[in-house]
Design a protein around this ligand. Sequence first.
Ligand SMILES: [Zn+2]
Length: 427
Amino acid sequence: MIIAFDDTDSRNTGMCTTYLGALLFEELQQYGPITDDPLLIRLNPTIPYKTRGNAAVALQIETSKPEEVISHVIGRVENFAQFQDENTNPGVVFIRPEQFESCRTELANFFLETVQQVIPIDRAKEIIARNKIEARGYKNGRGLIGALAACGAVLAGQWDYTYELLAYRQPDNWGTLRRVNEKSIWEADNVTYPETWDNVDVANNMVVCVPHSVDPVLYGIRGKNKDTIRKAANMILGEAIERSLLYRTNQGTDMHLIPASFIEDLQDLHSYTIELKVTTVPHTIEGGHTFFKAADKKDKNIDCAAFEPTKNFRELVRKLIPGDLVILSGSMKDGTLNLEKLEIKRLEPKFELVNPTCPSCGKRMKSAGKNQGYRCRNCKTTASEPEIIEIPRDIEIGIYEVPPCARRHLSMPLIRKEQNSYIHPSR
Ligand SMILES: [Zn+2]
């Protein structure tokens, strides 16, 4: 049986859907074995009413006591969900083994849709009713969307994935300052990178695997290899943890990015990858946000942004000039493409006007005065026009990304791609 739930957490009071997942992962084993990795599914990151991470959880259990499992899960959700938060609208879904085949294709497609699109609650309720799926939605039932999507992820079979080990704090410590030895995190990263990633942000000298929110997570270790992730977690020193769970997840897969060709096809609250040509010199406004315009093959322009939290990524963006051919990845918000990745396909040659060279001695001539052209003081040679020279671009062709401190859960770190000179991972 598949058990999935979503939207039990609250931005204000802590609690966390993944913590409930870890708790149930342990408790449900009294009813039978958990038969697969627990799943942590990230949904469309641009949805405005999401809680912190827009995450749903699914567990798969083999049991001869499905009714007991269902009542246990519902009891736990009702105990733990932060109902008082108006933005918390829990949903729980149960899919029995005999329903797997009839639901598989529809829910697998639904999973992809929830990561890329904006899904109305009624759509989830309609699927649940038509397939006679056992489900419980609380308040407006929005959590049913993520819960159903997480079931789809279980049934989908093939999709790209990574892992994240989440370690949870002792309840007495929830809401207090986290006590973690930062040096031990840098050491764990040093030993396990690049098989784990986003533990630290080297360029910005920050630890990023320890959240600052009020939730029970002490740290999260992301990577592709379970053993290496556990090794990293074991190296981290700090306050005692209550429990931990290693989730399989669609984090770090770029699953949210929709390939697009034309700006007219881009919609707010969706994320895209699109090839464009830079048309304006990037400029930075107060607050440190950097903007430029880029055009598609129909010469339609769009505003592109690298916001202040993307830190050193903005320095790269500021080096772009009109004519550069780029493939941009990011989310559409208020008609602006918010960048998370940047591939430079072709660099426009950059020219500069300089004083002309003296044909006799080879040195640069000096200005002879305003509108007077140029002359060489030694040789007395003159020239009327400046010289145009190509100056080297201080960026290279290749793919770049925002630093770990600004990374979205769903964004694929470049370190996951094949290593070659074309890839410029941010660490
Ligand atoms: Zn000269």
